[in-house]
Design a binder for this molecule. Sequence first.
Ligand code: NAD
Ligand code: UDX
Length: 464
Amino acid sequence: MTVKNICCIGAGYVGGPTMAMIAKKCPDIQVNVVDINEQRIDAWNDPNVDQIPIYEPGLAQLVADCRGINLHFSINVNEAIEKADMIFISVNTPTKTYGIGKGMAADLKYIELCARQIASVATTDKIIVEKSTLPVRTAEALKKILHNTSNGVHFEILSNPEFLAEGTAVQDLLNPDRVLIGGDETETGKLAQQELVDIYANWVPKERILTTNVWSSELSKLTANAFLAQRVSSINSLSELCEVTEADVSEVAKAIGADSRIGSKFLNASVGFGGSCFQKDILNLVYISKSYGLNEVADYWEQVIIMNDHQKRRFAKKIVEELFNTVAGKKIALLGWAFKKDTNDTRESAAIYVADYLLNEQANVVVYDPKVTAAQIYSDLDYLGTRSSDDNKKLLQVVSDPMEAISDAHAVAILTEWDEFITIDWDQVQERMLKPAFLFDGRRILDSESMRTKGFEFYQIGRG
Ligand code: NAD
Ligand code: UDX
């Protein structure tokens, strides 16, 4: 078989950009991205390509280049499954919110539904690719479901986890450090693996395409995220120590990172890591370790989450302490709601937790983010369930101009490192705020000396 038709189930942050890249680099392959969320599919098909549902630098152009030619977005899942030689499953795998493993294990119901749908619809042989991040040994369950069809269709299962980071998805897909493809060590397994290698080889150098067995591939994805998150928690733990010893965490990070064995990336101290992956994948790793009775392994990784929760709380508490231990009725402007810059994704963003903490203290919170909608901000808060939706709307205001957020504010807190916050007119901000004007830099994007010179009471994560 040479793959001519691809289906991707799940038109989200991974499915959309990865399929757009495959379509761009493989003009001979028809790519159908399908989803049950009609609104999302409509947005992917919006004639104005700037209205696609995901904000990623370079993505709109990529979609514009291929949409309607060999890249299609649709809700017709069955039709796309039937036509495909290769099916990517790229649905969400959130942390379970119910039953066994609640709060820890990955919820695999969406994956299982896809497998059952494929099993019931397919009439020709297919290669199934796990694109979602899955617990090690998920392919075993998929195999059982898929092989239980009575229509004689043969399925090969591959694991091809995605390593893109949001905000840089297009660049990461264009120039990946590696592509990982796990497959069965059987003759048909190796043939299927080669089909996927051939697709990526259209633009990725061969030496960066790694092939492994399925289990190594599944486990490598979870652990890659765990290692990255661990670095952030490590540097964040040191940020607290820096603050009490007058060390500067950036200087420490530079000194540590200059050791070529350690490396300089992922050592930026922050108000805490967010995003849809790190926390979910570590919790999953902890759960898997515990389920095999490996309690020390589980405890070791859980500490990364404990540190991250502490960092978010510590930052919010610092704001209250500095503002003379009370923020009730005080206007506090939060600059940034996305979990990092250059994305409109807010999942697990530190901003949600900082805002919730301040709202509990009855602060008057005003939020500005250049890419996140007010509806999303309220939905994030409502999802926490701390207070009613009406109360969230009463207590927190969302504005579309940063100057409106800061006018007459007692304090400003930077929660996302958007470039526009670096170049904002900080003199004007200072003038418009109530005095003393408190500025809390949770992302270390501002120069502390110059902010103090401008008259701010300035606090920066990791600087004494
Ligand atoms: P997402 O929530 O943005 O998208 C998932 C989509 O799947 C949703 O639009 C949902 O409607 C759809 N879906 C769910 N069940 C379906 C079904 N039965 N049929 C059709 N569509 C269905 O999620 P995402 O961020 O794209 O993540 C997808 C997977 O990729 C997750 O396992 C995640 O861990 C992994 N991952 C995410 C990132 C990232 O940066 N977001 C990076 C690497 C890996
Ligand atoms: C992550 C992984 O990087 C990616 O490989 C995987 O496929 C999905 O999960 P993502 O969550 O999109 O990607 O963004 P990432 O750049 O990893 O940042 C995650 C969080 O850590 C963000 O909140 C970011 O601000 C924070 N972070 C990152 C830090 O606080 N300090 C750092 O040095 C790096």
